[in-house]
Design a protein around this ligand. Sequence first.
Ligand code: NAD
Ligand code: AHE
Ligand code: ZN
Ligand code: ZN
Length: 369
Amino acid sequence: METRAAVAFEAGKPLQIETVTLDGPREGEVLVEIKATGICHTDEFTRSGDDPEGIFPAILGHEGAGVVVDVGPGVTSLKKGDHVIPLYTPECRECEYCLNPKTNLCQKIRTTQGAGLMPDGTSRFSINGEKIFHYMGCSTFANHTVMPEIALAKVREDAPFDKICYIGCGVTTGVGAVVNTAKVEPGSNVVVFGLGGIGLNVIQGARMVGADMIVGVDLNPARKEIAEKFGMTHFVNPKEVEGDLVPYLVDLTKGGADYSFECIGNTTTMRQALECAHKGWGESIIIGVAGAGQEISTRPFQLVTGRSWRGTAFGGARGRSDVPKIVDWYMDGKIDIDSLITHTMPLDDINKGFDLMHAGESIRSVVVY
Ligand code: NAD
Ligand code: AHE
Ligand code: ZN
Ligand code: ZN
């Protein structure tokens, strides 16, 4: 079939809207009509050329929601008409990783996914016979995409696509980092670096579990108001801090954060997030994704004296099991998604979504097909 997609032909260039050819689903695969997709900073990370796994030409996008149009041979858990959220972290329920309760990082199809291909090593997308690569196993910047069955969460049919698409990455990553990865306890002091589409979800997760002090750190003063609405108790703009940020945060939290979260993707703030964690027990969770060649550093003494440095992908969530529950949280009013979706646009205007992100004007832009 033919479908419309935003294609990244080259690193650093705007996406181009094209009619692309999409081959039908093969064994264990599902054809999905994408109804809406968010634009995450990770899409920009790859578009910009910073992603060591970036491969072009590709159809980016990994934060979608849609409807099953067709299923390939052997698909048993999904049928035509089911509402689904694509999962860049699949859940096969049988690999060594899925069977280990310590991780959500199913590895069943990770190698081909990282190479922009379906599990059989081929692509379903092309233009005039030229191969176009998949992205993070999702490619939600296409109106239709083909996904492995193990990478689709079936969700309730009364949930609006233009909101729940955000559960496909940002919401689950932020809230899940608090609930699944850090397991923040009630009464904790939390510091969140970066109050964008991920950090604000960390804030609402921290409020949900009963954190006490929730400190937000951002260079953009416009983030204060929305972050307060989501539960932030103290705002820190590093540009307004006299002297070093780390001792300032340690003083503010009366000894350091029980948990800190880096939601920017900057190795300097990753170090600050670790070093503002409480001596003896503070845990710092890296969520932000840093560009090719960048490395983190700190004095080993920071770890010797009881701080831990950790990371999380997709908020530690097992997508097929956890994503439907997060959709329920949204539908039951336990989490707010609507206030974070600041802009919606048709596919033709997708590059405006990237511009709004760069200008610091949007929290999440959502493309509605
Ligand atoms: P975003 O652009 O919406 O938000 C980034 C925020 O950081 C903005 O508010 C910006 O003003 C702020 N910021 C930038 N530089 C800063 C600095 N030096 N000090 C303080 N604040 C600063 O991005 P997002 O969509 O929220 O994504 C955040 C990061 O998380 C990105 O690196 C993204 O790739 C990553 N991410 C990781 C996962 C995962 O599973 N680990 C999932 C989604 C996103
Ligand atoms: N390709 C990058 C890594 C990017 C990365 O860490 N991605 C996160 C999800 S970000 C979603 O917005 C992730 O899931 N990581 C685990 C994994 O297996 O990719 C690089 O540096 O190579
Ligand atoms: Zn993302
Ligand atoms: Zn698995």
